[in-house]
Ligand binder design. Structure first.
Ligand SMILES: [Zn+2]
Length: 120
């Protein structure tokens, strides 16, 4: 892969990195706002049904945070592969990952074929 191509992927990875960081801080802010709202209620007057909703929201947020953290790591590793010069190679079979795939998923570590096999 030539330098120009690599720079293109590095840029989209960096953009993705910032998008995820922003999402994570949004999620964090939402969590804090929820916590403040709950403490205003004093806890005692909270109806059990409301508690259920809050737990659900918190779990949902936690799930999203976990997911975004995993994506963040994927992007970080892809950037590290660019630096090491191993970017764009399938980690399973070693072929060049399709450009079409990298354009959509710049942090991809497997070619179409291997990914399909892993998902099935
Ligand atoms: Zn492969």
């Amino acid at each position: 892969m030539d330098k120009k191509e690599l720079e293109k992927y590095r840029k989209s990875l960096e953009k993705e990195y910032e998008r995820i960081l922003k999402n994570l801080s949004d999620l964090e802010n939402n969590g804090l706002l929820n916590a403040e709202r709950n403490s205003d209620l004093g806890g005692i007057t909270t109806h059990p049904a409301d508690l259920g909703t809050d737990n659900f929201e918190r779990d949902l947020n936690l799930g999203l945070v976990t997911e975004e953290n995993a994506s963040l790591r994927e992007v970080e590793e892809a950037l590290a592969r660019i630096n090491k010069g191993s970017y764009g190679k399938c980690e399973k079979c070693g072929v060049k990952i399709e450009v079409k795939r990298l354009t959509v998923v710049p942090q991809a570590r497997h070619c179409f074929g291997c990914q399909a096999k892993m998902e099935s």
